[in-house]
Design a protein around this ligand. Sequence first.
Ligand SMILES: [Zn+2]
Length: 188
Amino acid sequence: MTLRWQPTRLALSLMVLSCVALAHGQNHDHDHAHDHAHEGESLEQGKHVHGEVTVNVAIEGNSLAVELNAPALHVVGFERAARSADEQRIVNEANTWLKSGAGIVGVPTTALCRLQSVNYTPPASTAKHPDYRASYLYRCDQPAALAWVELWALRRLKGVEKVEFTVLSGSMQKQLEFGSNPGRIALR
Ligand SMILES: [Zn+2]
């Protein structure tokens, strides 16, 4: 059995996922009624909907890619620069966590997945509606065992009401919506 890393195909999948997420997002009412002070401001730096996080999963050969995209509100609890030592500590802990890749997703142990790389850059604290975006690449020696995924990251996020979930596996593509606690999500 050949265990070959296929970064090109995987990168392609992620691009497809991003396009899908983008097209999907356009159908949404970007309601920021929670904060009237933000009305009329450009949302270029963060076009998100409070209450919603996005998780994309792509399986290609032995590779499992997971993308997480969450408004800062749900990661640290505010969308501005930290104003106290406590808030700074919360920001630092979020960065440490997302960079570590620990507790992001759970999959069957029989799939023998190991984290290969993390792509995470903290959002600028000056951004309006900053997004925390992180992606994780795993290598799974038994990808056929990838029957489900659990979104462990949600346990650390605050105030999430809806999860936009996309899974791309071979020719199969599924887009699902969940509440704050999707439980175990079937990947087939
Ligand atoms: Zn926001």
